[in-house]
Design a protein around this ligand. Structure first.
Ligand code: BJ8
Length: 425
């Protein structure tokens, strides 16, 4: 990585704390990813992106700003990237996956808050997140109670925070609410960027994001073969990078990985021998560098074949219909696509349990590991319904609740090993 200290200082980062974060991130990446065997060569691009995630990518964002574009940071897959691109903005994911600055975060948040929320507070308060500092607008949303209330406090330390309301049910008035919120967001983005989002711009934004999702669908489909042609860790990494990278460049890079995987599939090659227990991971999103559970599963003799997660198939499934000829029709198509997201904040939420069951079958999973973050009410509560549904279909399910700390690694390893052993019998 080049020397970006001046750039980071200019963004107001605490250079010492930031060095500590990057060192930990670099070591974690080395141990988790670079130690894997038989990785697709095209993963080299993603290794490069990760090595430059706080360097070159931030420079690109600053250059985009210098060219008059606006950077919009988001915390949830309900924020439509299509609208941001249509207004010539750049969309960046802000969720953080490291236990960093939790002591600071707990000055403003109750201790029993999920790690995902504590992490973005910790990053902000420790001044280690260049993405937050480079954002012209940060979008929060009323999803779970934790996030919803945390944003009230976050607004005091992040002055450009905008909060989008998200419905909690799936009835006709809820769709209307989502539509009105997307229209309000569009108006806000237009004001920020000075760009009017017409049908032509909207269609272009939709096509770009659809292409990105098509590439991710292609990757997902390749993982249904046995032996699995790519590790779950590498597939997760690709899904994580989807939130940071330029979408067109990202799409081309995912397709390159897929080309290589297709050759592997034709030759019957994989990252683990046939008969390796195939696991579907379902639950809370895993943001960079939250690789704890997948690393444990794959170093314990399992292979992950799918992620039912917002950093995975829940976040990228379904395309937006591109055929509408008016701005209104295209906006409706966006609403239709996003309204199908089956986040656990919805009640009732039968779509999610059905989707998990169908994913388990599609990817030929031997079992499902349901992952919830400690203190996450929506996913922890719903894990019981998931387990019940899978039981009805004879699919083994194991529930794991954890946080971002490393202290329970030994305990989780033992539990995962027991589950994998049971699947192998
Ligand atoms: S659409 S999953 S990205 S809200 S882990 S903060 S739910 S207490 S992240 Fe999410 Fe949007 Fe839903 Fe997806 Fe709350 Fe749970 Fe914490 Fe969570």
């Amino acid at each position: 990585m080049g020397d970006y200290r001046e750039m980071w200082a200019g963004l107001g980062l605490d250079l010492q704390a930031h060095d500590a974060l990057l060192n930990a991130l670099g070591k974690g990446y080395q141990d988790t990813f670079l130690s894997q065997k038989n990785r697709p060569q095209a993963m080299g691009y993603f290794d490069f992106v990760m090595s430059e995630v706080h360097g070159l990518r931030i420079k690109e964002l600053l250059d985009a700003r210098a060219d008059g574009r606006k950077v919009i940071g988001t915390f949830c897959v309900f924020v439509p990237e299509e609208l941001i691109l249509a207004a010539d903005g750049v969309s960046i994911g802000l969720c953080a996956g490291a236990e960093f600055g939790f002591g600071e975060a707990e000055k403003l948040l109750p201790r029993n808050t999920c790690s995902l929320i504590k992490s973005f507070f910790g990053f902000k308060m420790s001044r280690v997140c260049p993405f937050l500092e480079v954002s012209d607008m940060v979008v929060g949303e009323t999803t779970c109670d934790g996030k919803k209330k945390a944003y009230e406090t976050f607004a005091q330390i992040q002055s450009n925070l905008y909060v989008m309301e998200i419905p909690q049910m799936k009835n006709a008035p809820d769709r209307e609410l989502l539509k009105s919120e997307y229209l309000r967001f569009k108006a806000e983005i237009e004001k920020l960027t000075g760009v009017t989002v017409d049908a032509k711009r909207l269609r272009k934004g939709i096509r770009t994001v659809n292409e990105k999702r098509r590439a991710l669908h292609r990757l997902a489909a390749l993982r249904s073969t046995d032996p699995a042609p790519i590790s779950g860790l590498d597939a997760l990494l690709i899904n994580q990078v989807a939130f940071y990278d330029d979408p067109v460049r990202f799409t081309a890079s995912v397709n390159k990985v897929c080309d290589e995987l297709e050759t592997r599939v034709k030759k019957g090659e994989g990252v683990a021998p046939r008969g390796t227990p195939r696991i579907l991971v379902s639950g809370c999103p895993m943001a960079v560098p939250n690789w704890k559970l997948p690393a444990i599963i794959e170093s314990s003799g399992g292979v992950i074949v799918g992620e039912e997660s917002c950093v995975g198939e829940r976040g990228n499934r379904n395309l937006v219909d591109e055929s509408g000829s008016t701005q209104k029709a295209l906006m409706d198509a966006i609403v239709d696509r996003y309204f199908k997201i089956d986040c656990a904040i919805f009640t009732p939420n039968p779509d999610r349990t059905e989707h998990i069951e169908s994913m388990a079958k599609q990817y030929k999973a031997d079992g499902v590991i349901h992952y919830s973050l400690q203190f996450c009410q929506p996913y922890t509560m719903e894990s019981f319904a998931v387990e019940q549904k899978l039981k009805e279909h004879g699919i083994p399910c194991y529930r794991i609740e954890t946080d971002y700390s490393q202290e329970d690694i030994g305990q989780i390893k033992t539990r995962v090993a027991t589950f994998l052993e049971m699947l192998g019998q």
